[in-house]
Design a protein around this ligand. Structure first.
Ligand SMILES: [Zn+2]
Length: 419
């Protein structure tokens, strides 16, 4: 059969929603933990699914244990959308903490159970289902849809999205949808950047029994600097007029998810002193100490601005011999609220859920940045139950999975000129 209208495609998709639930469950049944494991088996499953749907696909990448799959439907010219999803999952961890087998893929009345249901095999199932349905519908696309299935998001993305973006797979795209878990109420349109700040303190060694009389304790010196780390948290993001509403939305959402008073995490630098190393033995005055501080940068904050504040923090402590270095450096990034991909997803999410869906910025970061760095308007929107993500007893609601699948299909119809 061949469909010509969006409504015909929708009816076809609605008749296949059980397949979408089963596909999610099938993906859960294939363990694909990262780190430690491999994504070989789940990637083979995805390739088979696409081939059986009549979609030509190709395995690409630079690490056979963490391969990617790319595919493309439609014609060369016209609007080009990328659909991205990762098939690696964080380790299940201590099995005694789970109320069910994390890899059973069990389907209950309301939910699908298991590691990776929300993050993000339900999202992956949704975009695979969307591509298959559009091909089955036989509609003519006024543009093309590219699929990026990646297998290395949970360990940084080096073999996944980063590799695809660095090797020409995202060129000339007009939009990108990353099906990461957001809940149906939120479309993520921006995220914070990140700096690893390495503070190094140098002292003078002496016998520990003479501490206070001889030597210079590098640990105590660094401690004095770290007392002022909150100076970094005072730096605020900068937002344009058309970003103000998304900022307000984001602060409300952050407060709801993390507790009252946490909304400021969105538009302020956050600073976590995560690692400290120093000293050799208790009976020696330490001559070296190092701390690594994870800084997250709101939209609009520059590296230079943060460096100025780091220098001021060291100066304020009044100690000599403390230096700093910057490790990984990424700026906050965003997509405009009126980008076609944002408007399409918002329109259909609101239509199907009958409630307001808010574009917002997130406080963490994800693969979306790699596409935004290439200038591609990129959003994240996907089914999720936040509770079990990166924890135990991860689940996803069947209603959420099914509606997300339909929202993807309807939005793609809009972007591909199918009325
Ligand atoms: Zn994820």
């Amino acid at each position: 059969m061949s469909c010509t209208t969006r409504n015909e495609v929708l009816e076809l998709a609605k008749s296949k929603l059980d397949d979408l639930v089963q596909l999610t469950s099938d993906l859960i049944k294939i363990p694909s933990e990262n780190p430690i494991g491999t994504q070989r088996d789940v990637v083979d499953f995805v390739k088979k699914y696409l081939s059986e749907a009549g979609i030509a696909c190709e395995e690409v990448g630079c690490n056979p244990e963490h391969p990617c799959v790319v595919a493309k439907i439609g014609k060369e010219e016209g609007f080009s959308v990328i659909l991205n999803g990762h098939v690696d999952v964080v380790p299940a961890g201590d099995r005694n903490q789970w109320d069910f087998d994390p890899f059973s893929g069990e389907i209950t009345d309301k939910c699908i159970l298991g590691r990776g249901t929300s993050d993000m095999k339900a999202g992956v199932a949704g975009i695979l289902f969307a591509m298959k349905t559009l091909v089955e519908a036989g509609v003519e696309l006024n543009g093309n849809i590219r699929l990026h299935i990646v297998s290395d998001e949970e360990s940084g993305g080096e073999y996944g999205t980063q590799w695809l973006c660095a090797n020409g797979y995202a060129e000339n795209a007009d939009a990108c949808l990353v099906a990461e878990p957001t809940s149906h109420k939120t479309i993520e349109i921006g995220q914070k950047g990140k700096i690893d700040l390495i503070l190094k303190s140098y002292g003078k060694s002496a016998h520990g029994s003479l501490a206070g009389y001889r030597g210079e304790n590098a640990i105590l010196k660094l401690g004095k600097v770290l007392e002022h780390v909150d100076m970094l948290r005072e730096i605020e993001g900068k937002y344009g007029e058309n970003q103000k509403q998304a900022l307000i939305n984001s602060k409300i959402i952050a407060g709801e998810k993390n507790g009252a008073g946490t909304g400021d995490v969105i538009d302020h630098v956050s600073a976590n002193v995560g690692i400290i190393k120093g000293g050799t033995r208790p009976n020696m005055v330490p001559d070296y100490c190092e701390a690594i501080v994870d800084l997250r940068l709101p939209i609009g904050v520059t590296i230079e601005e943060v460096e100025e504040r780091i220098k001021a923090m060291i100066a304020k402590s009044g100690v000599e011999g403390v230096e700093y270095e910057l490790g990984c450096q990424m700026l906050g990034n965003y997509t405009e609220i009126d980008a076609p991909i944002v408007e399409a997803i918002k329109k259909y999410a609101e239509e199907l859920w009958q409630e307001e869906v808010l574009p917002a910025y997130q406080w963490a970061s994800s693969d979306a940045r790699d596409y935004r760095q290439k200038g591609i308007p990129t959003i994240q929107f996907g089914p999720s139950n936040t509770v079990g993500i990166h924890s135990y007893n991860e689940t996803v609601d069947i209603e959420d999975v099914q509606k997300a699948g339909l929202i993807y299909i309807l939005s793609l119809c809009d972007l591909m000129g199918i009325d």
